[in-house]
Design a protein around this ligand. Structure first.
Ligand SMILES: Nc1ncnc2c1ncn2[C@@H]1O[C@H](COP(=O)(O)OP(=O)(O)OP(=O)(O)O)[C@@H](O)[C@H]1O
Ligand SMILES: [Mg+2]
Length: 360
């Protein structure tokens, strides 16, 4: 086995090392304060970062010199420092030239005999570029969110316009055709060929079923009931239709006839409910869906709960779960929130919760 041999350092070498170390420390952004927060040591690094010379800084109260912008009360920070020996966080300091600088600051408490607090060592890191990147990410995320909201609202407008066109154009033409056929049957001479009458009657039935298809199409594009009777009625009607179509048992529990949400946020909630129902049909293998709506002081809370196989954490975290992302984004536009999880730790199925502020 290889023995590790430690080189012995003689006193001269150790003094030299100490000197070298202190020169290195001088380069770091180090400040030492007494326990009243007066600066007692100011490194060359601090000098070049903040601009004040050692002679200008030493003796000053650090928070006055820097005109520190605290995020939490200074007393609380000092209490934490004295209690745990350490404080760290982000602060904004003012430099000698008047500009501000965000720093990530670490404070360590030194105590005499390990007991009596004696001084505070402060290490500062310039985080301007980090903050700039952070700001860019936040603002581009905000831009993307606004863009997505804009596209959603254009999409809703377009769907409403197409639904209206189909309803008014195609729907009315079909009704006209049906009336014409009825008129032709009336006008046909009594002894007229029965075959012809039968043909006209079957055409009339075909028109009836086409009218139904047109109605279904228009209401899929934009449920008129949402605009005419409001969100509660629209959810009720959607659930009825869903139950008939899928055989999944649906219940809707609400204490209110209508909600005080504006048209846009009501549309957002409705589309989130629709996406949740589609997901349940496609992925959950559930036999039952329960929807409830409650209102607290300032927000509406909708829950959609199924008794299916439950959503996996992987599906929740996947970046390409665009249906789920769309649900969250739609709510976020109105300062709301969508959460998706298990109904309870041991519960079965999936619970989607939509929170939307009342004013939105
Ligand atoms: N109620 C649910 N129960 C079980 N799994 C679910 C449920 N809802 C969603 N999932 C899972 O989450 C995944 C992501 O859902 P998401 O709606 O984002 O995408 P999708 O439905 O597969 O496609 P689309 O983009 O058409 O909505 C689904 O593929 C499915 O695995
Ligand atoms: Mg989906």
């Amino acid at each position: 086995m290889k023995a590790t041999t430690k080189k012995k350092i003689n006193p001269e070498q150790s003094a030299l090392l100490l000197c070298e170390h202190s020169l290195l420390l001088e380069k770091a952004n180090i400040i030492i304060r007494d326990i009243d927060n007066r600066i007692i040591f100011w490194s060359k690094g601090a000098e070049s970062l903040f601009g004040w010379k050692q002679t200008e800084a030493v003796g000053k109260y650090f928070h006055k010199l820097f005109e520190v912008r605290f995020r939490e009360p200074f007393d609380t920070m000092m209490e934490k420092l004295f209690a745990t020996g350490k404080w760290e966080g982000e602060l904004i300091y003012k430099r000698k030239n008047g500009t501000t600088i965000p720093v990530s600051s670490l404070w360590l408490l030194r105590a005499d005999d390990g007991k009596v607090p004696a001084s505070i060592l402060e290490l500062d890191n310039d985080i301007s570029s980090l903050k700039m990147i952070e700001h860019e990410i936040t603002s581009s995320r905000e831009q993307l969110r606004n863009f997505a909201a804009h596209i959603q609202s254009i999409r809703e407008e377009e769907r409403t316009a197409i639904a209206r066109e189909i309803h008014d154009g195609l729907g009315q033409a079909l009704t006209g055709l049906k009336m014409d056929l009825a008129w032709i049957i009336l006008k046909l001479p009594k002894q007229q060929n029965q075959e012809l009458v039968k043909k006209i009657e079957s055409s009339s039935l075909l028109i009836d079923s086409t009218i139904k298809t047109v109605r279904r199409l228009t209401s899929q594009l934009r449920p008129g009931i949402l605009d005419d009777l409001g969100l509660v009625a629209a959810i009720e009607s959607e659930l009825n239709e869903y139950q008939n179509r899928t055989g999944i048992r649906c219940t809707f529990h609400t204490e209110f006839e209508e909600v005080s949400l504006n048209k846009e946020s009501a549309t957002a909630v409705f589309r989130i409910v629709q996406e949740s129902l589609t997901n349940i049909l496609l992925h959950a293998n559930a036999s039952e869906v329960k929807i409830s709506m409650k209102k607290s002081a300032s927000e509406f809370r909708f829950t959609i709960q199924d008794n299916g196989k439950g959503i996996s954490p992987e599906a929740l975290a996947r970046a390409d779960s665009f249906g789920l992302l769309g649900m969250r984004e739609r709510a976020a536009v109105f300062a709301g929130e969508v959460t998706i999880n298990k109904p309870s730790p041991r519960g079965k199925g999936t619970l989607v919760t939509i929170k939307i502020p009342e004013e939105s």
